[in-house]
Design a protein around this ligand. Structure first.
Ligand code: URA
Length: 200
């Protein structure tokens, strides 16, 4: 797909999400003066990171992973010497859930078709699923439900799946926010990011 076409398709996704009055999170967005968080990075990225949902910093700026979890993600990317601008970063939910509660199934149902379209535009070689909700969604989407296990067991594992643009790799990772609650988790995250780089 040409660069222009990718840009236009991403813009259409943005416009639809901005106008998503039927979303269960739309009112909360408007009441708080929040922005939807569509995604950021290269439309030609080889690696696409899929997080869970925007937090407060993200909803206030419209940028994914720009708060504390984002600092951890930035550190991990620099650990494996990959510039943030070379990857694409997004979430399953495009609006912040109140008090950062876990995404509800009906919210995932509303927003995941946009994620599916973003994946089809970018056609990444690797999808890195950040955290258990993203892992569950992505693994089920690609027919990996039989090998789905708790993230503590399969983080850093690499699963190959077939798509319309060829074989790609799915890598479930701990969510970077875990290192903000428990500093010792940064080691596990670094190892997983090394596995991610090796999968390139
Ligand atoms: N956590 C997420 O899952 N996504 C963000 O964009 C920020 C924090």
């Amino acid at each position: 797909m040409k660069t222009n076409e990718k840009r236009e398709k991403m813009k259409a996704i943005r416009d639809e999400i901005v106008a998503l009055t039927g979303s269960p999170l739309y009112e909360y967005r408007v009441e708080n003066g929040y922005f939807p968080v569509i995604g950021e990075g290269s439309h030609d990225a080889k690696i696409m990171f899929v997080g869970e949902a925007p937090g407060r910093n993200e909803a206030e700026t419209g940028r994914p992973f720009c708060g504390k979890a984002g600092q951890v993600l930035d550190e991990l990317l620099s650990y494996i010497s990959i510039p943030r601008g070379d990857v694409y970063i997004t979430n399953i939910l495009k609006d912040r859930p109140p008090e950062n509660r876990d995404p509800l199934p009906e919210e995932i149902a509303v927003y995941s078709p946009f994620l599916d379209r973003q994946i089809d535009i970018i056609q990444p070689k690797i999808i890195a699923a950040l955290g258990r909700y993203s892992m569950a969604y992505i693994m089920k989407k690609y027919g990996l439900e039989d090998v789905l296990e708790p993230i503590s067991r399969i983080h850093g594992n690499v699963f190959e799946v077939n798509t319309l643009w060829g074989s790609i790799k799915i890598v479930p990772l701990y969510h970077p926010a875990v290192a903000t609650y428990d500093a010792s988790m940064i080691e596990a995250l670094r190892q997983d990011f090394s596995a991610l780089k090796s999968a390139l």
